[in-house]
Ligand binder design. Structure first.
Ligand SMILES: Cc1cc2nc3c(=O)[nH]c(=O)nc-3n(C[C@H](O)[C@H](O)[C@H](O)COP(=O)(O)OP(=O)(O)OC[C@H]3O[C@@H](n4cnc5c(N)ncnc54)[C@H](O)[C@@H]3O)c2cc1C
Length: 248
């Protein structure tokens, strides 16, 4: 991270080490994002509008599309974390990134980010979970995947959806609001270990042919994905699951 007193903006462009080499080998494409606006939504939630360095002219930024952002550790090393692009605007070449804040280097960067700040990013993500418009969507997430879930619901208003969100902070329900639309059933679950059980019961009652999106902490992501496959025999093509963060 470079800072000087005449130019208070910051650039996060760290050494990338082994992670960087692997991502390059797998075909990751690099870009540099520039912060152009900031919205303070709540103590634990901030939105940054970013210029996408021409990405929207080159790639279809589908709902849940994410980038690997290169934050910088105090020792100057790369700290790579995934963040979702929401509300892309092809005419402006911009999108928003929404940060659910907690202790962490990425969260700290977002807390301090102002217009003009820049950060390196790499595109290397998976497949589009809604490439073939689903007949019904079941989305299970938390604060980290709320941006992906809310954006998907906004951009596919015609698709009926069932959403389960795990509460990380007491005010999540007021802060992480979903779009008011037809065909949406929504439930909040406390972070008390009950999520996987409740989600499997909900999934079992979902219409046949539903598409599932699971994006939680590592352990519940694995447990729910395995339950969907083994207990409910959901075909793997209809499950899009990825651990969004790891408990330490
Ligand atoms: C594909 C993908 C898309 C993502 N999109 C978003 C997004 O749009 N917005 C967003 O906010 N996050 C998103 N995440 C999650 C984000 O990358 C992680 O939360 C990341 O670990 C944050 O990095 P950090 O440096 O702040 O904290 P870390 O250094 O990773 O962790 C520091 C501490 O915070 C804890 N922690 C990390 N994440 C969380 C969390 N979400 N809730 C509670 N505690 C946590 C860790 O257990 C650890 O104790 C996404 C992740 C993936 C894989």
């Amino acid at each position: 991270m470079t800072t000087d007193s005449s130019n208070p903006t910051r650039t996060s462009s760290p050494r990338r080490g082994v992670d960087g080499a692997l991502i390059r080998m797998w075909g990751g494409k690099n870009l540099r994002l520039r912060v152009i606006d900031r919205e303070e939504v709540a103590e634990n939630f901030v939105r940054l509008k970013v210029d996408l360095d021409g990405l929207l002219a080159r790639d279809a930024v589908y709902p849940t599309y994410w980038l690997r952002l290169w934050f910088t550790t105090p020792a100057g090393k790369g700290h790579q974390r995934g963040y979702t692009l929401v509300d892309p605007d092809p005419a402006e070449g911009t999108a928003w990134i929404e940060f659910y804040l907690h202790p962490g280097i990425a969260s700290d960067w977002a807390r301090g980010a102002t217009a003009g700040d820049e950060i390196d990013a790499t595109v290397l993500n998976g497949r589009n979970p809604v490439a073939e418009t689903p007949t019904h969507l079941v989305m299970v997430g938390d604060g980290a995947s709320y941006p992906a879930i809310a954006d998907t619901l906004r951009r596919l208003p015609e698709v009926p959806a069932t959403v389960l969100l795990e509460r990380g902070y007491a005010d999540d329900e007021q802060v992480l609001t979903l779009p008011a639309r037809e065909g949406l059933s929504m439930r909040w679950i406390d972070r008390d270990g009950s999520l996987v059980h409740t989600a499997l019961a909900t999934a079992g009652a979902a219409p046949t042919g539903s598409t599932f999106f699971v994006a939680l902490e590592g352990a519940p992501t694995r447990a729910l994905t395995s339950g969907l496959r083994r207990q409910l025999a959901v075909p793997k093509e209809r499950i899009h699951s990825l651990a969004y963060w790891k408990k330490s």
